[in-house]
Ligand binder design. Structure first.
Ligand SMILES: [Zn+2]
Ligand SMILES: [Zn+2]
Length: 463
């Protein structure tokens, strides 16, 4: 694993606890310390004053769950909220009906808050995106007010990013140019169960996720009378079942962190007709885009095997691929220090990737990104994407945790905008971050030749 670049104290990136070695630096640090102290007061005051309104916003979104690209209620409610707070909102931004954008400040560097608000089919806000929306709105307003109070140049923007749960909203926004304009960092936080952290910790700033590939396969066969003439049919359900069974075998020969998941969406209509159509949806996750593509190829072979065995044809429909999350250590350290000031201990970087995936990963490979996670109380063992996590995402403790995280984000943003050289340091870390080496995962493996090419020695030892 790559070693995090944590030398930012010594290089004066804006860490308030650094010890200046020159009088000149000391004067500079005194000025910036005063600026940051003032900003902390404005941020804390803003979040405190808006707490009940922000909580209502979160709970309103929670009680109106909408799946990706259908988040009309969330789009309108957040846009109305921001306008009420005095911001000019561009609704239906970048050609996406449920995206929006608002900005404050002028000149200087630019921070973009990403606000997710899509829900899961059947589970509602089982991923807690109502808390993401609230924390980004809270962080954006607090940053805007602290920036204005400082009288210094700098810009902060909030971008509504729909359809994170598989729809790739941020990838569409990337393609539409929403993250151009020399963005210093795109930032957000996500809720996870509190029990996922070691004792004493309430979050991770350097959260890491896998790359993922989602796709759907339509199996086309031939229908026939299941009783009178089954030999005349080509069973599409058999193709799907064959694919699923071979994937179950493949699962034993993949890396422990990789995931292959599938559901049968359509397996025929009635038992007396040989199904001429079946449909499956797949999710494949691996360490990075390269290994995810390689695993996808292996999965595809299994699916095609099921189709070949049953005499059916396949048709693939692929979704937008997600890349792994790239961590920016400078942003993480600033966030952790600010969270410590508000009484929270945050892990700097996950030692291992989480098996989740997010389209924020794609953003984090284009520009410096921050995707911290914070804990919310749940019963032991409850995971995200579960109805109990949905319940947890509307509890008062969850709102409090999200608002605290928004203060950490706001001050991280203020540091990037106002501390001399900090934005450059963030960029430098982005440019020089070491990628972990996963080249051995899903690498082409030699079978050592076919059985027909076994040597005499092999023939003897194989018994
Ligand atoms: Zn989710
Ligand atoms: Zn989520």
């Amino acid at each position: 694993m790559a070693t995090p670049n944590l030398d930012i104290h010594e290089r004066g990136s804006g860490m308030i606890s650094s010890q200046p070695s020159h009088t000149e630096v000391s004067t500079c640090d005194k000025d910036i310390s005063k600026t940051l102290d003032n900003a902390r007061k404005v941020v804390a005051g803003t979040v405190h004053d808006l707490e009940s309104d922000l909580t209502k916003l979160s709970l309103d979104i929670h009680s109106h769950p909408e799946i990706g690209y259908e988040e009309k209620f969330a789009h309108d409610t957040i846009s109305d909220f921001l306008e009420k707070q005095g911001f000019k909102v561009k609704r239906h931004a970048y050609g996406l009906d449920t995206s929006f954008e608002a900005e404050s400040g002028s000149g200087g560097h630019l921070i973009v808050y990403c606000a997710e608000y899509d829900a899961l089919p059947g589970i509602g806000h089982g991923c807690g995106h109502n808390l993401i929306a609230m924390s980004s709105v809270s962080g954006f307003i607090a940053t805007a007010r602290a920036l204005k109070d400082s009288g210094k140049p700098g810009r902060v923007r909030i971008l509504g990013t729909p359809a994170e749960e598989g729809g790739g909203g941020k990838v569409k926004l990337l393609e539409a140019g929403a993250f151009k304009d020399n963005v210093a960092a795109a930032i957000m936080v996500h809720a996870v169960p509190q029990h996922s952290f070691a004792k004493g910790y309430s979050g991770t700033s350097g959260f890491r996720t896998l790359a993922s590939r989602r796709f759907r396969v339509m199996f086309h066969g031939v229908s026939s009378h299941a009783g009178a003439q089954p030999w005349g049919g080509r069973n599409a359900l058999d193709a799907a079942v064959g694919a699923y069974a071979t994937l179950s075998m493949l699962r034993q020969q993949i890396h422990p962190m990789e995931r292959i998941n599938a559901v049968i969406e359509n397996g025929g209509v009635v038992p007396n007709i040989i199904p001429d159509y079946a449909c499956m949806a797949f999710g494949v996750r691996s360490h990075n885009s390269q290994t995810a593509d390689a695993l996808y190829d292996r999965v595809k072979q299994c699916i095609d095997a099921g189709a070949i065995a049953s005499g059916c044809k396949t048709e693939y429909e692929t979704a937008i691929p997600y890349t792994d999350l790239k961590v920016n250590d400078v942003l993480c350290k600033a966030y952790n220090e600010e969270m410590e000031i508000v009484g929270e201990k945050i892990l700097i970087r996950d030692p291992e990737q989480s098996a989740a995936g997010t389209d924020m990963g794609n953003v984090s490979h284009e520009i410096p990104g921050f995707h911290g996670v914070f804990g919310i109380p749940t019963a032991p063992g409850v995971p995200p994407h579960h109805s109990d996590f949905c319940e947890a995402a509307k509890q008062p403790e969850a709102q409090t945790a999200a608002l605290k995280a928004s203060r950490g984000m706001a001050m991280m943003a203020i540091r990037v905008l106002l501390y001399p050289g900090m934005a450059d340091r963030v960029k430098e870390n982005f440019n020089n971050a070491e990628e972990e080496d996963y080249s051995s995962v899903n690498a082409e493996k030699s079978s050592g030749g076919s059985r027909n090419q076994l040597s005499d020695e092999d023939e003897h030892t194989c018994c």
